[in-house]
Design a protein around this ligand. Structure first.
Ligand code: AMP
Length: 131
């Protein structure tokens, strides 16, 4: 499936929708999530047209990748959650329930977040791998 340039984050990048900016670099933009799931909930997106972590990690150039990783860390520091702890979450595809088909990394924090997964819906026989 090709990149859908009508997704909401593409519209934000084109200035067609408003956003509450936290941080911006040449290749990345961070803004507050419109429907926060924690006291701190910010999204970091690359400015390039990437659907998810999958195509970004495969075809983005090194400069974009470095910029994006640095922007996520810098955004967390600007928010102050580097001192208290935070989650990073980047959904890819149907199983993850990715809603917006433009790569975004959620930064969640500002409170105790609890266990990452409830684990209630594992199929029969499923188990966590031990390494
Ligand atoms: P995901 O399920 O990983 O695709 O998450 C998409 C996220 O985008 C959700 O947390 C939404 O609340 C958020 N979102 C959707 N539209 C906007 C918007 N216009 N501005 C900021 N965040 C948005």
């Amino acid at each position: 499936m090709s990149y859908d340039d009508q997704n909401v984050f593409a519209k934000i990048l084109r200035g067609e929708l408003p956003h509450n900016k936290v941080y911006e670099t040449e290749h990345s933009l961070a803004f507050h999530d419109i429907n926060p799931q924690a006291s701190v909930h910010v999204l970091v997106i690359p400015k390039g047209s990437y659907k998810s972590w999958d195509d970004f990690s495969k075809i983005a150039c090194d400069e974009e990748k470095t910029d994006y990783i640095s922007a996520i860390g810098e955004t967390a520091r600007l928010l102050g959650v580097d001192k208290t702890g935070y989650w990073l979450l980047a959904n890819h595809g149907n199983d993850s329930h990715q809603e917006v088909p433009h790569l975004h990394t959620h930064i969640l924090g500002g409170q105790a977040l609890g266990p990452m997964l409830e684990g209630g819906d594992l199929p029969p026989g499923a188990h966590y791998n031990r390494y």
